[in-house]
Design a protein around this ligand. Structure first.
Ligand code: C2O
Ligand code: CU
Ligand code: CU
Length: 524
């Protein structure tokens, strides 16, 4: 009971109005291995035996069909529901799914065409829907205390009542989100974002792809159709009864947080791609576009092709979080932190027909090294290309910078427990840590103690420097999430365009996010 009460203090700071929060830098959370843990979280083992790798085919989530459309808008409906999935052979695993599936259905939009999604909540807990990477007006961005209550619930008192006490928006049973999608072609994703419970809800299945196309991309001749695969990579652990294990402090999801051992993040021992544990895919020996998304709560990956194609450089990156790169970048391996997207082309024509090619995680070992197997089939005609110039995106002139801000992301005491702080403070929906002026450019310095994949809503940014030196080969293009490593300082530049209002920035290690590593900015 004490643990519960103190956890609650995580988010009560703003309410109480008291400065009950101790400064940062006190104590190191249990379970953190500060050095030599590039995967970032702490392993949670399955009690249920895991299947052999590469026995089940990859599935791609179904594309959601609009319920209607008019001149400028497509309208969709999604029901969030409890369902069962066969993740372990012959076993039914309860999930929470958009339309009852994990990943949720893929929404496909054309840039500039308004997409309206009505979500109905038939789950036992309140939810919030956020479109990650979307340039969305604040009222539709899925602010963490703007709840969609379970159908039939009248208020959030059964869940502690915190959101209504904090003047969050309380929607009964359903909520319509409107997305202008006035932005470049890119791989976006939607997921739950309820304050304090994002980790637990995404773990149970509340995540899906939302892909935006545009004319610039369509003119390039990139691999498409069956040769374009969205790949949602996520790790999970299973209990003896086949349900997904998650070390929530309060399984009824009234009090946020995870057990101390997992404060630095929860990692499973099974790697899933599109909801299937270690799947395989038969592919013809032609170019394929792989939209890689790390939807794991805390696990970082270093993805590589095993074996690499003759000559190397098998992962040709064409896009990042915010859409196409200006020019392709050839990688032997890609480091991907939670919420990051890498859009890559792999030419299976560089392999012999009949060969198997694994996507492996070089940061894992045993099962967590395995991700996905391709079985290369025969050669077929391939008229796809990777143009040398993909896009010519805007550049932000350093001379136009009007403000500079600094954010420090550190562990620290929140009340009497360990949590995660931004500039020494836990999340408070009513405190603004930055008020950028609309349509101005700023540089931000982000500084870390541990691995923190930092995500900004509303904007995309470019990484200018790491520890004063050049960014890494994984920082290219427009980003909305940047992979801060332990004791690192990252500088980024962004332009706050789009909409006025309140947005969050936060760590996308979902356990850090749930344990208060979130802050607000207000565009004015
Ligand atoms: Cu992917 Cu604020 O979230
Ligand atoms: Cu986001
Ligand atoms: Cu973090």
């Amino acid at each position: 009971m004490t643990a519960k009460i103190s956890r609650r203090a995580l988010f009560n700071a703003g309410l109480a109005g008291a400065g009950a929060i101790a400064a940062a830098g006190v104590g190191v959370p249990l379970g953190i291995n500060w050095r030599g843990n590039p995967s970032a979280g702490v392993l949670l083992m399955s009690d249920h035996p895991l299947p052999r790798a590469y026995q089940r085919p990859l599935v791609t989530p179904p594309v959601l069909r609009p319920v209607r459309a008019d001149g400028a808008t497509d309208y969709y409906e999604v029901t969030q529901q409890v369902a069962q999935a066969e993740m372990l052979p012959g076993v039914r695993t309860p999930i929470w799914g958009y339309n009852g599936i994990f990943p949720g259905p893929t929404v496909i939009s054309h840039s500039g065409r308004r997409t309206v999604v009505r979500h109905r909540n038939e789950l036992p807990v309140p939810t919030v829907v956020h479109l990650h990477g979307g340039r969305t007006p604040p009222e539709f961005d899925g602010y963490p205390i703007d709840l969609v209550l379970p159908a039939g619930a009248r208020d959030d008192s059964a869940w502690g009542g915190l959101a209504s006490q904090m003047h969050g928006e309380i929607n009964q049973g359903e909520r319509t989100y409107e997305y202008p999608l006035d932005q470049r072609a890119a791989t976006l994703w939607y997921h739950d974002h309820r304050m304090g419970f994002t980790g637990a809800s995404v773990w149970r299945g509340l995540a899906g792809f939302h892909i935006v196309h545009d004319d610039e991309e369509a003119a390039l001749g990139l691999p498409s159709g069956d040769h374009e695969l969205p790949l949602m990579i996520a790790d999970r652990a299973f209990a003896a009864d086949g349900s997904m294990r998650y070390p929530a402090l309060d399984p009824s999801m009234v009090e946020p947080g995870v057990q101390d051992r997992w404060v630095s993040g929860v990692m499973g021992d099974a790697i899933l791609v599109n909801g299937v544990i270690w799947p395989y895919r038969e592919v013809p020996a032609v170019r394929h576009r792989l939209r890689l998304l790390n939807a794991s709560n805390s696990r970082r990956y270093r993805l590589a092709l095993d074996p690499p194609p003759p000559g190397g450089g098998g992962l040709v990156q064409i896009g990042s979080d915010g859409g196409l790169l200006d020019r392709p970048i050839r990688h032997d391996a890609i480091e991907i932190a939670p919420a990051e997207r890498f859009d890559v082309v792999v030419d299976f024509g560089r392999y012999r027909p009949g060969q198997t090619v694994d996507v492996v995680n070089e940061l894992g070992s045993g099962g967590t090294r395995q991700v996905l197997r391709f079985r290369v089939g025969g050669r077929v005609a391939d008229d796809s290309r990777i143009p040398a110039v993909l896009s010519s995106s805007e550049t932000l002139a350093p001379g136009s910078v009007v403000a500079h801000r600094e954010f420090r992301f550190r562990t620290g005491k929140v009340g009497d427990m360990t949590g995660w702080l931004t500039n020494g403070k836990p999340f408070d929906p009513h405190r603004f840590d930055a008020m950028p002026k609309l349509d101005t450019t700023e540089t931000w310095t982000l500084q870390s103690d541990f691995h923190h994949p930092i995500h900004l809503h509303l904007v995309h940014f470019k990484v200018l420097a790491r520890d004063g030196k050049a960014p890494t080969e994984f920082d290219a293009g427009w980003k909305d999430t940047v992979d801060l490593r332990p004791n690192e300082e990252v500088q980024l530049i962004t332009r706050f365009s789009g909409y006025r209002g309140r947005y969050v920035l936060h760590c996308h290690n979902l356990e850090h996010e749930d344990m208060a590593m979130m802050s607000n900015f207000l565009t004015i």
